[in-house]
Design a protein around this ligand. Structure first.
Ligand SMILES: [Zn+2]
Length: 379
């Protein structure tokens, strides 16, 4: 039986597992809850024949690595799935998971519990058919992607370095497109220190941190180059203490995005090199977090061509797109490891209350993944 037909028949089992994963709410900042869903998914992997390695974490949820065919020759194909979500605990009490109009609604369903479900169900399906390919297949379950993967990143790097292909199970771009390029992201905090003074009696004795900030903000804004895919956005600002006081402090946040590592590094230098406009004011820029871009380079073009060819043999047209947000796939792609991203479900409303999975996309996604596991030729 063809993969697509086969996975259409398995839909009830797929939706059942997705429901269980979604019911275990897992906001990134709640270690106990994220631990619980990672443990559940690791148990499901274990039931499907995997050996499990645990990575205990201090502040975020523990990570788990499931391995199938560990003794088989060749580099593993690695599924990369985060199980944390942006939705606070209790979201489901107000908005229970439900099926409606061919969609599965539920907090975190699309981003990306459906991705974890697909990985597990594809492996189950191939196992049941006696077609699990004789190559190592790994599934890494991570716990803090939605807050920047700071704790997971070293583990992701360590595990991915051994892999020959990384399948990032993030939601698809609209129309079941893969995500072939992701912008790199930099986050910065700007602290400006001026000098407070009475706005009525002696304003000349103050150094107005807000006026300094306004000029800094315009300088940053001028770095925008949207045609090159580069954006610099001042996104948050707080400052001042009272309406009659020359403000002494401003703190602001800046979000920087670029398509290439080169452009991101140039922007980094430009943002960091802030000199005060008002003599006597102090401007301090702190780089908080950086996620590299996933570049549409020669490696990505080769890998996309291969997945398209696999899709064609299964009667599936595979499209690709470029997106603005980062993912853990950006980390592995930046290491030079072949990475395909956006292999999860299609749907709508990532991070929003109406987040949902388009159910009809699931058998096609599962079929494509099964084809990749069976047919992928490593470089
Ligand atoms: Zn995600």
């Amino acid at each position: 039986m063809e993969y697509q037909t086969y996975f259409e028949r398995r839909l009830p089992a797929m939706l059942d597992l997705l429901t269980k994963l979604v019911m275990l709410e897992s906001p990134s900042d709640n270690k106990r809850l994220v631990d619980r869903v990672v443990e559940f998914a690791a148990d499901e992997a274990s039931k499907r024949g995997a050996a499990i390695i645990h990575f205990p974490m201090q502040d975020v949820g523990d990570l788990a690595l499931a391995k199938w065919n560990a003794e088989a020759p060749g580099k593993p194909i690695l599924f990369l799935c985060h199980l944390d979500t942006v939705h606070p605990a209790g979201t489901l009490a107000g908005r229970p998971a439900r099926l409606e109009d061919g969609r599965f609604y539920g907090a975190g369903a699309l981003d990306m519990k459906a991705g974890a479900m697909l990985a597990l169900e594809v492996i189950s399906g191939l196992h049941e058919r006696g077609e699990l390919p004789p190559r190592p297949i790994w599934l890494l379950l991570t716990s803090d992607e939605e807050i920047g993967s700071l704790a997971s990143e070293p583990v992701i790097e360590q595990v991915a370095r051994e892999a020959g292909l990384v399948l990032t199970m993030e939601p698809a771009a609209p129309g079941e497109a893969l995500k072939l390029a992701r912008k790199g992201v930099g986050t910065y905090r700007i602290d400006i220190e001026g000098k407070a003074a009475h706005a009525g009696n002696e304003p000349e004795k103050g150094l107005n941190a807000i006026i300094e900030f306004a000029q800094q903000a315009l300088r940053l804004n001028a770095l925008n180059d949207l045609k090159r895919g580069t954006s610099v956005s001042v996104t948050q600002v707080t400052g001042g203490t009272a309406s009659n006081v020359i403000p002494a402090h401003v703190t602001a946040m800046v979000d920087v995005r670029a398509l290439t590592a080169q452009a991101l590094s140039e922007l980094h230098d430009a943002v960091m090199s802030a000199a005060p406009f008002i003599p006597g004011c102090h401007v301090k820029v702190t780089a908080l977090h950086r996620r590299p871009p996933m570049e549409y380079n020669a490696q990505m073009q080769r890998d996309f061509a291969q997945v398209k060819a696999i899709g064609e043999r299964l009667g599936i047209t595979v499209r690709g797109e470029s997106v603005g947000g980062g993912s853990d796939g950006s980390i592995t792609a930046a290491l030079g490891i072949p990475t395909l991203d956006g292999l999860g479900a299609d749907g709508e409303g990532m991070h929003a209350v109406h987040e949902n999975v388009l159910i009809s996309s699931l058998p096609r996604r599962a079929a494509l993944l099964a084809g990749i596991l069976r047919d992928w030729v490593m470089d």
